[in-house]
Design a protein around this ligand. Structure first.
Ligand code: DP6
Length: 322
């Protein structure tokens, strides 16, 4: 096959990945666990172009250059090495996430690219191999290969660091967009700085290992309350470790904190939701399905609130778009 296309969705981690043990292989300091969403898809097609001199990358209708284009080419190099090919490729990608909402994620992007490009170069990879491959583009992409709830095992080398599905109770999320400005420090850079300068980083690693073990147990037990409690306190620990960097980085804005507070007061009224946030100000609230609409309506005054459910893993689609 010389042309292939794939679709993938972003994921929101309930136990976060924050820090690398190996920058080249993208091996994390600890495992993580996430929910793949059923919204904000990225669709990517890859055409192998044997006579082209360079890779070409088009994102949402515009030619991408600089760091974004370099990351795509470096990623394709892993696939070319494995496929024994020197051919360049044309990559065309679109994402459905609203601009700047922090959901046009590298996770969906590299999960779709790994799936489409490996097929275009004639590799037949199973889900575990695709997860390992997607990880090389962006760590969190390892989890967007997997549908619904995924655990990414930290592993100790390229082979052992991959994501796979875990059983979990029904859950939904309300994504509250409080700010659409681009973040000032990328998560890649902020992770490095946290590892190098945050005095809390060693505690972050050990507490993440413990949170993950508890989270896996809570998922297996179908204990939504415990899943939510772990997710919310763990997210605040990550932001604590980040805020303790030198120079400091703060992703949560006053409006983000207002969402955390509103979620806590809704809980006191019997609407069961738990807040989490990634490397930006927007907040994702894990919610019991039967409380989801009420929670969304209550949070709508604090930002654009969108209800999303568990989504599919990365999948090949018809490259003609038909
Ligand atoms: C806060 O996967 O974007 O969303 O591996 O450097 O590309 P790189 O980082 P990335 O980091 C995601 C960080 C996070 C937490 C998470 O998704 O687990």
């Amino acid at each position: 096959m010389t042309i292939a296309a794939a679709r993938a969705f972003p994921n929101i981690a309930l136990v976060k990945y924050w820090g690398k043990r190996d920058e080249d292989l993208i091996l994390p300091v600890a495992g993580s666990l996430s929910l793949t969403l059923d919204a904000f898809a990225t669709t990517t097609s890859v055409q192998v172009m044997p006579s082209a001199e360079a890779d070409a990358f088009e994102l949402n209708g515009s030619t991408a250059t600089g760091e974004a284009a370099r990351r795509v080419s470096t990623f394709l190099d892993h696939i070319r090495a494995r496929a024994g090919s020197a051919a360049r490729a044309r990559v065309t990608s679109t994402n459905e996430a609203p601009t700047g909402a922090g959901l046009a994620s590298s996770a969906a992007g590299f999960a779709a690219l790994a799936t489409a490009a490996s097929a275009a170069y004639g590799l037949d990879l199973d889900r575990r191999e695709l997860s390992r491959l997607a990880r090389r583009g962006s760590g969190s992409a390892a989890r967007s290969i997997v549908p619904e709830v995924a655990v990414w095992h930290a592993g100790h080398d390229d082979h052992s660091s991959f994501a796979e599905p875990v059983d979990a109770p029904d859950m939904q999320m309300v994504i509250v967009t409080v700010d659409t400005a681009q973040k000032t420090v990328s998560s890649r850079e902020a992770m490095r700085r946290t590892a190098a300068t945050s005095p809390y980083f060693p505690a972050w690693i050990s507490s993440t290992e413990q949170s993950l073990a508890e989270m896996v147990d809570a998922c297996a037990a179908g204990d939504f309350t415990r899943i939510g409690e772990i997710a919310e306190s763990h997210a605040l620990r990550m932001h604590g470790a980040i805020e303790a960097c030198d120079p400091p980085i703060r992703y949560l804005a006053p409006r983000s904190v207002a969402v955390f507070d509103a979620v806590a007061s809704l809980r006191a009224q019997g609407v069961e939701g738990y807040a989490t946030a990634d490397a930006g100000p927007n907040v994702a609230v894990l919610v019991r399905p039967e409380h989801a609409e009420r929670l969304r309506d209550s949070l709508a005054e604090l930002g654009e609130a969108r209800l999303v459910g568990p989504g599919a893993g990365a999948t090949l689609i018809d490259p003609s778009g038909g």
